[in-house]
Design a protein around this ligand. Structure first.
Ligand SMILES: C[S@@+](CC[C@H](N)C(=O)[O-])C[C@H]1O[C@@H](n2cnc3c(N)ncnc32)[C@H](O)[C@@H]1O
Length: 265
C-alpha cells in the first residue's frame, strides 16, 4: 500500500495522474492508495518528486492517532519519534503538521534512510543516532507534546509479507523484546509534558508486546490514562473496529496501538 504525501499533492490528484498514465489504483482511508497490480514503485510517476511512500495500511494509523486532538503547549508542536528508522512514520507526521520533530534511532546505518526518505519527500526533522532509553545522552530538557514509540518487536504482524520472520525468531525473543519495550516506555514517559500523549505501537500480534505491555505500564503509572485506542489490529478485521471505521483495507499488517495521556489535559 502507498501513502500520498499531501504536502506535494492531494491523494485525488495523485490518483488522477496515475489513472491518466494507465495505472489502476484505488483510494483507501485519507491518504492511502492501493495499486491494482504490484509494480516497482521507483518507476511510478512522482517517486523521485516525493509524491508518495510505501507504507502498510495499519502503519498509516500512527500519525492520525497521535496527532488527533494534540495541541502544542508552546508556539509549535514538539514531537519525538523515538525509534524512527527508516522514517515512514516520521514522514507521515511531518506531512500532516508543521512541527519540530526529533527523530532518533540507535542504528546508525538505518537512520541514514530516515534522512534519504525525508529528503525525497521534502520534509525536515532533527535526526540523531541515540539510544532512546538513555535520555541523559540526547534530551535538551524541554518536554514533548507528543511521543511516538514504534518499539522494536518480533515483527510477528508482518509475516504475510515476510514469511521468514517465523524462522528468524526464537521463543525467548518475545520476552527479551518485551523487556526492551518496557525499558523504552519507562524512560520516555517522563519526557512528556502534562497532558501530552505517547503513542505506543508494535507491528506484533503478541499480547506480551501489546496489551500486556500497556496493562503493566498503566499499573505502574497511575497518572497515565489510556485514551480510546485500536489495541490489537489483526488482518482481516479492519472495518470492525469502532475507532477505525472505514479507514483500513482488509489487507494490512498485524499491529498494536495504545494512546496514553500523561495526567489531565
Ligand atoms: C519498528 S522499527 C521503526 C520503524 C519506523 N518507526 C518507521 O515507521 O519507519 C524499530 C526501530 O527501533 C530502533 N531501536 C531499537 N532499539 C532502540 C533504542 N533503544 N533507541 C532508539 N531506537 C531503537 C531499531 O533500530 C529500529 O529501527
Amino acid at each position: 500500500m502507498l501513502r500520498v504525501n499531501e504536502r506535494r499533492l492531494s491523494r485525488d490528484e495523485c490518483l488522477r495522474r496515475w489513472i491518466q498514465a494507465g495505472i489502476d489504483a484505488e483510494p483507501i482511508g485519507r491518504s492511502g492508495v492501493q495499486l491494482a497490480r504490484s509494480q516497482p514503485v521507483t518507476r511510478l510517476p512522482g517517486f523521485a518528486e516525493g509524491w508518495f511512500s510505501v507504507q502498510d495500511g495499519a502503519a498509516q494509523q500512527a500519525a492520525p492517532l497521535l496527532l488527533g486532538g494534540l495541541e502544542p503547549a508552546g508556539p509549535r508542536l514538539r514531537l519525538l519519534d523515538a525509534c524512527a528508522a527508516p522514517g515512514g512514520k516520521t514522514a507521515h507526521l511531518l506531512e500532516w503538521v508543521d512541527a519540530d520533530v526529533l527523530a532518533l534511532d540507535v542504528d546508525a546505518a538505518r537512520i541514514r534512510r530516515v534522512q534519504e526518505n525525508l529528503g525525497r519527500l521534502g520534509l525536515q526533522a532533527r535526526i540523531e543516532v541515540a539510544d532512546a532509553a538513555e535520555p541523559t545522552t540526547w534530551w535538551d530538557g524541554q518536554a514533548f507534546d507528543g511521543i511516538l514509540l514504534d518499539a522494536p518487536c518480533t515483527a510477528s504482524g508482518i509475516v504475510r509479507r515476510h514469511p521468514d520472520v517465523r524462522w528468524l525468531r526464537r521463543d525467548r525473543d518475545v520476552a527479551a523484546l518485551a523487556q526492551q519495550q518496557a525499558r523504552l516506555l519507562q524512560a520516555l514517559w517522563p519526557l512528556l509534558r502534562p497532558g501530552g500523549r505517547l503513542l505506543y505501537c508494535t507491528c506484533s500480534v503478541f499480547k506480551a508486546e501489546g496489551q500486556e505491555q500497556v496493562q503493566a505500564f498503566l499499573a505502574r503509572h497511575k497518572e497515565a490514562q489510556l485514551l480510546p485506542s485500536p489495541g490489537h489490529l489483526l488482518p482481516g478485521q479492519a472495518g470492525r473496529h469502532p475507532s477505525l471505521p472505514d479507514n483500513l483495507g482488509r489487507e494490512h499488517d498485524g499491529f498494536f496501538y495504545a494512546l496514553l495521556q500523561r495526567g489531565a489535559p
